[in-house]
Ligand binder design. Structure first.
Ligand SMILES: [Zn+2]
Length: 319
């Protein structure tokens, strides 16, 4: 599986990055992603890194990463990566903004021109950013001129729409996008880590007795140590899914699963900064998936992405 994002960005937004990475790696990319939240700079980087990945000319095989992630100096990057990272690739990188408009609204004419442009053939994978998709800027007439294109932009075109909150965006636009929260990263470790460590030695209180079986299955999965790590992750995803359906309370199920892991690793985390970092990352990941779950009719994809990211962290930390 290739890396799409640089490590810092992926660590700040573990859920968003693993969700889009697995969509790209499994060739199931949506036409449009609505990046919600206030991390504006990170959203730009996120969209640029996807565009570079899809257009890198020095990526010999499907599973390789784009050349701009290779650590080589910028002069050695391919021209597509270079231009996209500078935000000036004439065909692969397109932006729709309200620039030049006194009202702050995106001109309808600009939406029409973009729609025309995207209907033409291009040898590049075109990535379009709508910098402010709130209805203040991307108002109904502009949005209407582009709705059909957002819904079906053709196979080699991808939209990223930015908005502080999903509710700021016209429902007709939201319904055509996959919503991906990108909050500013939460304050991490110290306070969090010490809170973890205080409770980690104690048994995890079972607030919901119906989750007793779930708790036992999770502990068994945690104990299993053999080569089938991905199988265990998928098994855990399935158990979480079943438990959520039974108790209809995703937050309680996710809290229980992460608390069990905290009680298992907590003691080690008090003396090992790698393990402490792992628990801290796991908690951020769990917070993101809680936000994410509400956006889906089915939580299956969100849970699987969560558990697979969790397992990657776990393996990387040797926990
Ligand atoms: Zn490249």
């Amino acid at each position: 599986m290739s890396n799409i994002f640089d490590i810092e960005l992926a660590q700040r937004h573990p859920f968003a990055s693993s969700m889009v990475s697995s969509a790209i790696n499994s060739q199931r990319l949506s036409h449009a992603y609505l990046l919600s939240g206030r991390a504006l700079e990170d959203k730009w980087s996120f969209a640029r890194q996807v565009a570079a990945h899809l257009n890198c000319a020095n990526r010999p095989q499907q599973g390789d990463s784009a050349c701009h992630l290779s650590g080589a100096p910028e002069k050695d990057h391919c021209v597509n990566c270079k231009w996209i990272n500078q935000g000036k690739h004439p065909q692969a990188w397109l932006t729709l903004t309200s620039e030049g408009s006194k009202s702050g609204k995106i001109a309808v004419e600009k939406s029409r021109l973009l729609s025309d442009e995207l209907s033409k053939h291009s040898e590049f994978f075109r990535v379009v950013v709508v910098e402010d998709a709130s209805q203040e800027a991307f108002h109904r007439p502009s949005a209407n001129a582009l709705l059909k294109t957002i819904e079906d932009p053709g196979s080699r075109c991808l939209f990223f729409l930015f908005a502080a909150r999903e509710d700021d965006v016209l429902p007709t636009v939201v319904s055509r996008c996959q919503v991906v929260p990108m909050q500013c990263p939460p304050e991490k470790p110290t306070a969090l880590a010490s809170a973890i460590l205080k409770t980690s030695a104690e048994a995890v209180p079972l607030t919901n007795p119906e989750l007793k079986n779930f708790s036992q299955s999770v502990e068994q999965i945690f104990k299993a140590r053999d080569s089938h790590l991905t199988l265990h992750a998928l098994d855990l995803a399935r158990q979480i899914q079943i438990a959520i359906e039974e108790v209809e309370n995703p937050v309680a199920v996710l809290d229980l699963a992460t608390n069990l892991e905290i009680s298992r690793v907590g003691e080690r985390a008090s003396v090992d900064s790698v393990a402490a970092g792992y628990l801290s990352d796991l908690l951020s990941l769990a917070e993101e998936v809680k936000l994410q779950i509400g956006h889906y009719v089915s939580s299956k994809a969100a849970i699987e992405t969560f558990v697979l990211s969790w397992w990657r962290l776990r393996i990387a930390a040797g926990c």
